[in-house]
Design a protein around this ligand. Structure first.
Ligand code: GUN
Length: 298
């Protein structure tokens, strides 16, 4: 039976480090501020945004929420971002994705000042990360990397397979693993013999968004499995109409083979918001020319 990687507990230690650095910045007269923009009323996004705001305040930072109606014109969102870019009380800006169809996601992302881009999605940050320069690092892959480093120490020379090629998780995850000297493969829906490929992975990161797609027979004995998926599925055993959360990995079969595995919920999920807080305090330190917190970035 695999060791269970407790992302919830690890995230709490990240938040403690963030809070300690926030306290230090406050003695220098600076309070880090995070602005979150939500366009529309997607219920899952509303839950995320509420949690982000709550945890931002709990670590001593300022939280600015901008909730806009679903039919807000793109130009209005861009004007708001311009204003936040120029606001000295705001050190991090995040626009919750997905945005409604009439808004160009890339335009919104690339309107954010790169030094305030706590999602690390701006083309400048993507390019800086890919070329090994100092950048803002996307929160979910950063959280996964922290868990992997804590488990393995050095990742050098390990075979890593990332299943999923999204801009938010798959691609930046692969970049970070390469930076830590893994041999990296990105697998996706068109990959041939994906099961055999995954079975060679010392580190298997699942970020496809398909409930329990990866089963124990895809896992190399002793491998570390990081499950980024958050899928809501029907749970009739809990009563009519009830739902439960599952990952992209079939936990029961995979945990019988893996050396270590993240559960869903309680694995990668809590790390994402903790890393958003970490990125905000890192951005604030950099913007003010002050020392960065240690161990909170890649
Ligand atoms: N929607 C799902 N994940 C993310 C994320 O990491 N950042 C933003 N801005 N939106 C998301």
């Amino acid at each position: 039976m695999a060791d269970i990687i407790d992302g919830k507990a690890f995230a709490a230690t990240v938040r403690e480090k963030v809070a300690a650095h926030v306290a230090r910045l406050k003695t220098a007269g600076i309070t880090p501020g995070l602005a979150v923009i939500l366009v529309g009323e997607d219920p899952a996004s509303e839950v995320y945004v509420r949690n982000k705001g709550k945890q931002t305040l709990e670590t001593g930072m300022n939280s600015f929420e901008h909730k806009l109606p679903a039919d807000t014109p793109e130009a209005e969102v861009l004007t708001l971002i311009k204003r936040l870019n120029a606001d000295p009380a705001v050190h991090g800006i995040l626009c919750q994705l997905p945005v409604p169809d009439h808004i160009d996601e890339s335009k919104v992302i690339n309107a954010i000042a790169p030094e305030k881009d706590v999602d690390g999605f701006h083309i400048s940050n993507v390019g800086l990360l890919a070329t090994g320069q100092k950048s803002m690092v996307p929160c979910t892959p950063l959280g996964c990397l922290m868990l992997l480093r804590a488990r393995h120490g050095s990742l050098s020379g390990l075979n890593a397979v990332v299943v999923g090629r999204s801009n938010i998780v798959g691609k930046p995850m692969a970049t970070l693993l390469l930076k830590d000297s893994c041999t990296v493969t990105i697998a996706h829906s068109r990959t041939r013999d994906i099961e055999a490929l995954c079975k060679r992975a010392d580190i298997l990161v699942a970020a496809v968004g398909r409930a329990e797609m990866i089963t124990g027979d895809w896992v190399k004995p002793g491998a570390t499995v990081i499950d980024v998926g958050i899928n809501r599925v029907a749970a009739p055993e809990r009563g009519a109409g009830k739902m439960r959360l599952v990952g992209d990995v079939d936990f029961a079969s995979a945990s019988a083979v893996a050396g270590a595995i993240t559960p869903v919920p309680g694995g990668v999920g809590p790390m994402t918001i903790a890393c958003l807080l970490a990125n905000t305090v890192t951005a604030c330190s950099r913007i003010n020319g002050l020392e960065e917190p240690e161990g909170l970035t890649a």
